[in-house]
Design a protein around this ligand. Structure first.
Ligand SMILES: [Zn+2]
Length: 381
């Protein structure tokens, strides 16, 4: 048995004071008491600073790019970043990649992440992932105008499944795939794993559909042709090419307005999650995700770190500190929001009696319990 006490606990959307959580030897929560008045006089009780949380869920990452930390300069804008990604991906040994991946995986685990929605372009991380305590949902991504092949993605996903991992196939975005390749990716994805699509990260994406902006210019210069402009916008393409019963994560959303949120929410009967990655947006283009709009619309939100190619750390607490929203909202997005997004809410995202959950302490909060640059996440179990 183990007994854990702290200043606060986060339970079902609310923060309560003076919790005592009891765990069985098998790690199952057998009791949760709040507002306990004699915490410091109970025998064999460990006391922690801050707020007790369940495992966090990083809803959007590309852990296989961890060796690209610091390789692309900050603030260059979205199209310049996409161009740079095409060149910096090469030139690292298998050992360098594996070492960077292991360090990233270990840091996420120690800082409380229990599950990750992780985009994959190849099989390089699969063997190591099968040994990780983190539950990865792998989104094998179909990417590229003209050369995207769903059969390649199928083989990658099959290798992941053979390694015991949860794998699905997903289209990368609404600007990087032909109509046929996007449809192939959706058809190949299978119903058990949601789709995860990069969406409206920059104004260039919507402009592309009108033949304007930096991305349209880049595509014209490199002789890339698009056949999806007739959809009229990224949102109409999602509605036009993704069946209503699918579950989908939309990643970034920096340039969505109320109309796009309404259009997409009204199309889907499946689960839609609006995933925000504020520090990646800041790194690439000094933009911010529209959390005020998403809160007003009452939609499901989750948080991701994106990759170390566009972030200085895979740190959920740094992402949480960058969001302008009440702490209860931010904690819900980082836990239940992410778990529901990935469809793993039965195992992850809540502290409750009968559950076997990791327990994480969020310490170093401000005077009014706000998450600050000095806040820390530490895994207790
Ligand atoms: Zn991404």
């Amino acid at each position: 048995m183990r007994r854990i006490a702290a200043h606060y606990i986060f339970l079902d959307g609310e923060i309560f004071p003076r919790p005592v959580v009891t765990l069985s030897d098998e790690g199952v929560i057998t009791d949760i008491e709040v507002a306990a008045d004699d915490i410091d006089r109970r025998p064999l009780t460990e006391f922690y600073d801050g707020v007790l949380l369940p495992d966090l869920v990083n809803a959007h990452c590309h852990s296989e790019l961890s060796h690209l930390a610091g390789q692309i300069a900050e603030g260059g804008g979205f199209t310049a970043f996409a161009q740079a990604m095409g060149t910096v991906r090469r030139g690292f040994s298998a050992e360098e990649r594996a070492e960077a991946w292991s360090a990233a995986d270990r840091a996420m685990w120690e800082q409380g992440v229990g599950a990750v929605g992780d985009v994959c372009n190849g099989t390089t991380t699969f063997a190591a992932k099968s040994q990780s305590p983190i539950a990865y949902t792998n989104f094998v991504e179909l990417f590229g105008l003209g050369n995207a092949d769903a059969d390649v993605a199928r083989r990658v996903a099959a290798e992941g499944v053979a390694a015991g991992l949860r794998c699905g196939i997903t289209p990368h975005s609404t600007y990087s795939l032909s109509v046929a390749a996007f449809a192939d990716a959706v058809a190949a994805s299978g119903p058990d794993v949601p789709l995860s699509v990069h969406f409206m990260e920059s104004p260039d994406e919507a402009q592309l559909y009108r033949g304007e902006g930096a991305m349209a210019e880049w595509y014209a210069q490199t002789d890339r042709r698009i056949d999806f402009a007739h959809f009229g916008s990224p949102a109409e393409r999602i509605v036009g090419q993704v069946p209503a019963d699918r579950d989908i994560l939309l990643i970034h959303n920096c340039f969505v307005g109320a109309e796009e949120v309404e259009r997409i929410e009204s199309h889907f009967r499946g689960r839609v999650t609006w995933v925000v990655c504020p520090r990646s947006n800041h790194y690439i283009s000094r933009t911010v995700p529209p959390v005020g709009l998403l809160m007003r619309k009452g939609v499901r939100v989750a948080i991701g770190t994106d990759s170390l190619a566009s972030n200085t750390a895979l740190s959920m607490v740094r992402e949480m500190a960058a969001l302008d929203a009440p702490i209860e909202r931010v904690l819900a997005w980082a836990t239940t929001g992410g778990a529901e997004a990935l469809g793993i809410e039965e195992q992850m995202g809540r502290l409750a009696v009968g559950r076997r959950s990791g327990i994480v302490a969020l310490a170093g909060l401000g005077r009014d319990l706000e998450i600050t640059e000095g806040s820390l996440l530490r895994r207790i179990c």
